[in-house]
Design a protein around this ligand. Sequence first.
Ligand SMILES: [Zn+2]
Length: 174
Amino acid sequence: MRQKVLLMAMLLSLVQTLPADTQNPDSTPDIRPFGNGQYRGGMVSSTFGWRDKDGVKEYHTGVDYRLPSGSEALATCSGKVIKVEDVDGYGLKVVVQCGDSSLGGILRPNQYSTLVAHLSEPISRVGDFVEKGKSILGKTGNSGNSEGSHLHYEIRDNGHPIHPGLLIMPERVK
Ligand SMILES: [Zn+2]
């Protein structure tokens, strides 16, 4: 019994003293959120940053990829689904907290989270562990504030949207 308690204490202190997971390539969101060459489309229709929308300047917090409705939006990092919700603007969105789950059932989060929006249908659910480039988060669509089927993709660094070109090859986000 005493040994078990000691073991638990050791494991807990190990988890607590592990550095933030920044080195694991699987938990860094550096790929595009859809299959390579799997679909027609995937062109960037609107990139990150200030843009002019109907004469009004707005800050676009992600990259828009033109994709036919029903395409698969894939996880771009390994991690855990922390939000699936239908909201104004984004429409149906799925948020993944990136990190390492190799300890089994425990996510060691890093600074990144990702968001896909305007989906037509969710596939992953809150609490699901997802695999980079493999797990399907949802089907693309045109929900929320969207003119035509596309996938809005966002990377956040400690909660702040960053230019996905910082992590994905720049020519793929222009
Ligand atoms: Zn967008």
